[in-house]
Design a protein around this ligand. Structure first.
Ligand code: B3K
Ligand code: ZN
Length: 855
């Protein structure tokens, strides 16, 4: 397959200022007539090239006249038309079969609906068009369909007109006044019910809000609607950005490759990020709905009004928008807990990516298939890069930079460089060295060693940075790394102020004066930079910080590091003193001033995968054993406290208040340790919680806790859950996911069985992810020494690739981490990657991921 390079960018030869689309919709045969006004861009004689993927031109007209056969030809699916003159009207006609579109890109059918997904390159599966984000057009869209089957017809922009035809069909006309790239095009036709509301914007305009779902799902849309209204208000308040159309519609669909899509005025969502009620959604699901609704809404400015010049600039919209949604969610709930959650995700997904064969900078240099670059690096590391700029600038100057960015580039297709320049000019900062974050892949390592000289009262902080080699980048330049630092006086428990240090050299020394006694270092407070910090802090220092640090992230981090040190020692077979961990946990759960949600985060043991990241060669069995043993120890030593906490946090009635959510989080943590302690009545207590819960947060946690064990209650709970929720797709996903994620010796066999279960299907991406995606994130089970886990995932990739390459390719990366494992496992993983690559007709998507993973 061809490699696309960032350096190859050329402006488009032809522009398309306007397009009229006419859809005659039918699942088996949809007719699409497109009329494009095209204008020559610059002085050249190159033909008009309209991208197409699987399309057959049934008619091609230029300025109303059918073209002679030698005036156009096809080239690799694209339509090439020789044109003289500067401006023309081009008309094409194609036929589509949405019901047989299993890739879920372009126009497809999902549960009786017809809907579209165009980002990144799906529009070329709908009609011939220059499918690149720097071609912006005004759209007018006419939809015609059977009225009984598709009573609701939606597209981007504002509704203009509608009517009924004699033959039982009806039509609707939509007009989007804002020029947009074709990846933001959308339509939906179906039998949908609407949760309708309104929002009056900062300038007093009324916007009609609609969340469209199947009638039966209407009661599950209230949270999404509230999140939408909160998001609109937040973007006005925090960024001064107002919504711009008269309507804003959201549609939930069951089959979706991704989380959601920010199509202008018509967001299309994976239903798991819209539907929520206490019976079926966990608190994490509720937060997911709020965060994704906000994310897609925020794209209206960071993505739609200002879009990307080319797909190498993807992080321009995604990193910035993730940063925006993270801050929104923090404002809606707890800043401390949100930061901890976001860093956990970053470490679990992005740090792993950055240290493996698929590592790439947030602005990549090349790709085979752009769908493979919707990664944790582009999204989550991209957000961290924006966060560092915001930290260095401070709120006011960051806002000045973002104002300049939005005002200067409104209506344009911009680059990451444009954003950086706007921050420099608007915020007044020099980001020359900081730009390396856009260029260099790999997670920087920072060594921070504190030296104290009692005679002079000086403290030296010796900082060192290094960035490991990544594919194509053997040598790295030092980055500009903002580190928030404080030095604690152990005697008083206070520090002398929080300072922002800029680490810009490979080695740097910072001196502090006036310390009679050696202070304790609190560093990378708030996780100010996405780096791995190594320090010379003792277990006593960490225990101190875990109890006293006034930065909640640093406090959490100290606790985690305390646990990591004990576990890494145990894994290496060294006798370790785990009493410090037990004491720190006891101390944390007994501190009445702490937010319960924070406590639940802080007392959680690092995941098996995170522990693997701390080792030169990952030993999944040793990691599992050590972690289980520490968990049992904490459970048993503090058993009365867990029992007390578990009963104390039992709520009387359901609420989504922060206090109620915090109580549930703590209750589930208590249950977890109680069962881990090995107490005889543990499974019965878990089963009682499973049975009595009036919400999915407690029920699923109880199920997950039971699923890790081998009690009789385990099988009963799994059966009951299936019988109770088997009819509801999103909840059934949890049933698959919980079993695939179970830390149980037979998980690998159970996943094999679940793959043959009658409720399992490859046609729904959520179902695939809930089984195989969850399983490959279960380090102990997936890396079963037999290699069976690798084989199961590879089988799934091979089968799925034939129908949905995009979702298949997302399952490849766990197999590519073979360098991190022992020789036997590495060979088994490589064998599966080779087997995948040997499949005839393999997609570009999977080819790229699997071939890079073998290198
Ligand atoms: N912009 C979409 C991406 C969907 C494309 C996947 N190939 C989702 C989001 O980030 O909002
Ligand atoms: Zn996005």
């Amino acid at each position: 397959p061809t490699i696309i390079r960032r350096s190859d960018y050329r402006p488009p030869d032809w522009l398309v200022p306007a397009i009229a689309l006419d859809f005659d919709l039918d699942p088996a045969l949809t007719i699409v007539r497109a009329t494009l006004s095209v204008t020559r861009n610059g002085d050249h004689d190159r033909p008009l090239r309209l991208d197409g993927d699987g399309l057959v031109p049934l008619e091609v007209k230029v300025d109303g006249t059918a073209l002679a056969a030698d005036d156009w030809h096809m080239e690799a699916g694209s339509l090439i038309i020789a044109l003289s003159g500067a401006a023309h009207s081009i008309e094409t006609l194609v036929e589509l079969a949405p019901e047989s579109n299993s890739k879920l890109m372009g126009l497809y059918a999902s549960g009786g609906l017809l809907c579209t997904q165009c980002e990144a390159e799906g529009f070329r599966r709908i009609t011939f068009f220059p499918d690149r984000p720097d071609v912006l057009s005004r759209y007018s869209v006419r939809l015609t369909a059977d009225k009984a089957r598709y009573p609701i017809l939606l597209a981007n922009g504002d509704p203009v007109d509608q009517g009924v035809l004699d033959d039982g069909r009806h039509w609707a006309l939509w007009n989007d006044p804002f020029p947009k790239p074709c990846y933001l095009f959308a339509l939906v036709a179906g039998d949908l019910a609407c949760n309708a509301d309104r929002f009056v914007t900062m300038s007093g305009r009324e916007v009609q809000l609609g969340i469209w779902v199947r009638e039966a799902d209407l009661p599950r849309t209230a949270h999404a609607m509230q999140a939408l209204k909160n998001s609109i208000a937040w973007d006005e308040r925090v960024y001064g950005r107002e919504y711009d159309l008269d309507v804003f519609n959201i549609v939930a669909v069951a089959d979706f490759n991704f989380g959601a899509m920010e199509n202008k005025g018509l967001n299309i969502f994976n239903s798991r990020y819209i539907l929520a009620d206490p019976e079926t959604a966990t608190d994490i699901d509720y937060d997911g709905v709020e965060g994704v609704v906000a994310h897609e809404y925020f794209h209206n400015w960071s993505g739609n009004r200002v879009t990307c010049r080319d797909w190498f600039q993807l992080s321009l919209k995604e990193g910035f928008t993730v940063f925006r949604d993270q801050n929104f969610s923090a404002d809606m709930g707890s800043h401390a807990v949100k930061r901890i959650e976001d860093v956990r995700i970053l470490r679990a997904a992005q740090f792993q990516e950055d240290s493996g064969p698929l590592a790439h900078p947030i602005r990549p240099e090349s790709y085979m298939e752009i769908s493979n670059f919707y990664t944790a690096t582009i999204y989550n590391k991209g957000a961290e890069i924006i966060r560092m700029m915001a930290l260095m600038l401070g709120a006011e100057r960051f806002r000045a930079g973002s104002d300049l960015y939005f005002d200067r580039h409104d209506g344009q297709a911009a680059t990451c460089e444009d954003f950086v320049v706007a921050m420099e000019e608007g915020g007044g900062i020099d980001l020359t060295q900081f730009r390396r974050w856009y260029e260099q892949a790999g997670t920087p390592h920072v060594r921070a060693l504190l030296r104290h000289d009692a005679a002079t009262g000086t403290v030296d902080l010796d900082l060192q940075q290094s960035i490991p080699p990544t594919p194509g980048q053997p040598d790295k330049q030092p980055m500009a790394i903002p580190l928030r630092v404080a030095l604690f006086d152990p005697a008083t428990g206070t520090h002398h102020g929080d300072e922002l240090l800029m680490l810009t050299e490979a080695q740097q020394n910072v001196r502090f004066e006036g310390f009679a006694a050696p202070p304790i270092l609190s560093i990378n407070r708030g996780f100010s930079a996405p780096v791995i910090v190594e320090t010379n802090r003792s277990q006593d220092d960490l225990a101190f910080l875990s109890a006293r640090d006034d930065d909640p992230f640093a406090r959490y981090e100290a606790m985690q590091q305390l646990m990591v040190n004990v576990l890494v020692g145990a894994i290496a077979g060294q006798p370790v003193d785990d009493a410090a961990v037990v004491a720190a946990v006891r101390n944390t759960i007994s501190d009445p001033l702490l937010d319960p949600a924070f406590v639940a985060e802080a007392i959680r043991l690092p995941s098996e995968a995170y522990l693997g990241d701390q080792m030169a060669v990952v030993d999944p069995d040793a990691i599992h054993a050590a972690r289980e043993s520490l968990q049992r120890r904490i459970g048993a030593d503090l058993a009365p406290l867990w029992r007390d906490m578990h009963s104390r946090t039992k709520a009387n009635g359901f609420s989504l208040s922060p206090a109620a959510k915090g109580a549930r989080k703590l209750r589930n943590a208590a249950l977890h340790y109680l069962v881990a302690s090995g107490a005889e009545d543990g499974p019965a207590i878990a089963f009682a919680q499973f049975h009595e819960a009036d919400n999915m947060t407690e029920r699923q946690a109880a199920l997950a806790t039971l699923a890790n064990g081998t009690s009789m209650e385990r099988d009963a709970a799994i059966d009951i859950f299936y019988n109770r929720y088997g009819h509801d797709a999103l909840t059934l996903d949890k049933w698959f996911q919980t079993q695939a994620f179970a830390l149980h010796p037979d998980t690998v066999d159970q996943v094999e069985e679940l793959g043959r279960h009658k409720a399992f299907t490859l046609s729904n991406p959520n179902r695939v992810r809930s089984l195989y995606g969850a399983f490959s994130g279960n380090q102990w089970a997936f890396h079963h020494r037999s290699g069976k886990g690798y084989q199961l995932v590879a089988d799934c990739i091979i089968a799925l690739d034939k129908r949905n390459p995009q979702t298949a390719a997302r399952l490849v990366p766990p197999l590519g981490r073979w360098k991190r494992f022992d020789a036997d496992r590495a060979a088994l993983m490589r064998a599966q990657l080779s087997r995948i690559l040997a499949q005839p007709g393999l997609s570009k998507d999977v080819t790229e991921q699997a071939s890079k993973s073998l290198e």
